[in-house]
Design a protein around this ligand. Structure first.
Ligand code: HH2
Length: 287
């Protein structure tokens, strides 16, 4: 088999967000009504539009993990995501990741054609997820999150957030390796906005280079439209495009291997400029 990494070192991998939830903070309710009805055709069309904009991976999620979000049952999460993953996998070659903390939801999405699992809890919610990823040969994205989304913002306490995130992500990586997931299929994510204060989110973005070199794995970053950006600029969610691009440019310059974003077309341009600057700093010149 040739090189099939989802986050290869030569590019910034753009992960387009497709939330099939009634309540995600930015795009909730676009495809799922408050009563739970899914508009499958519209969701698939939106996924294909992200591909046309340049997404390298589509991240499909059926449970909001915004602060204070209510948990969703497994059957409901599978009902929201399974058919859309299947239709997208048939309609496009772009790899699909399933944004879930649950082994059974992951397995259903992998059955439907997904190739990666994006677990914001870093195997802390459902340790069985690691075995599923290993057995199915899936790429596993390990996020940093202490506790549960419902309570994570209550009182985030870190003495040295970068060091502690490195240590705790390291524990997630160790669990994944122990279950048999090889390093070529592992990605880490510092969990921007997951149980962190404004200052902690900024420290993580500023310390991204340390995280990548300490763990020796590709780093994915998800700042897109998050509330820490609104705290800095005063912008409402729908107005956070410019702030998102600023944060993403810094993330790429600091070594991010991937960006999880709502606006793929804008982030593709940001990534092109920031990656060129990263190469220039490393003395590599423009590609
Ligand atoms: N952020 C969110 C969800 N999944 N996955 C990774 N790997 N990294 C992230 O930063 C991340 C993530 C939250 O954002 P969003 O999906 O836009 O909203 P919601 O959780 O409300 O559905």
């Amino acid at each position: 088999m040739g090189e099939q990494r989802l986050f290869p070192s030569h590019r910034v991998t753009l992960v387009g967000i497709l939330n099939l939830t009634p309540d995600s903070f930015s795009d909730g309710g676009r495809f799922v009504s408050p009563a739970g009805a899914l508009d499958r055709a519209a969701a698939v069309a939106a996924g294909l539009a992200l591909v046309a904009d340049g997404a390298h991976v589509l991240d499909v999620g059926g449970e909001s993990t915004r602060p204070g979000a209510a948990p969703v049952g497994e059957a409901e999460e599978i009902a929201r995501t399974g058919a859309v993953v299947e239709a997208l996998a048939k309609a496009s070659d772009v790899p699909i990741s399933i944004d879930t903390r649950k082994a059974r939801v992951a397995e259903a999405a992998l059955d439907a054609g997904a190739r990666a699992v994006n677990d914001v809890s870093g195997l802390r919610h459902d340790p069985g997820l690691a075995a599923v990823a290993a057995r199915r040969g899936a790429t596993l994205i390990l996020g940093h999150l202490r506790g549960e989304p419902a309570t994570m913002q209550d009182a985030p306490r870190f003495d040295d957030v970068v060091a502690e995130v490195i240590r705790e992500l390291g524990e997630s990586v160790a669990r994944a390796r122990a279950a048999g997931v090889p390093d070529e299929r592992l990605v880490v994510d510092p969990g921007i906005g997951f149980g962190k204060t404004l200052a902690q989110n900024l420290a993580l973005l500023a310390g991204l280079g340390r995280i990548g070199s300490a763990l020796g794995l590709p780093v994915l970053v998800g700042s897109s439209r998050k509330s820490f950006l609104g705290r800095l600029t005063g912008d409402a969610v729908s107005e956070r495009g410019a702030a998102t691009q600023a944060a993403d440019a810094i993330a790429v310059f600091q070594g991010a291997a991937g960006l999880r974003v709502h606006d793929v077309a804008a982030s593709a341009r940001t990534a092109a400029v920031a990656q060129a600057l990263r190469r220039a700093r490393a003395g590599e010149g423009a590609a």
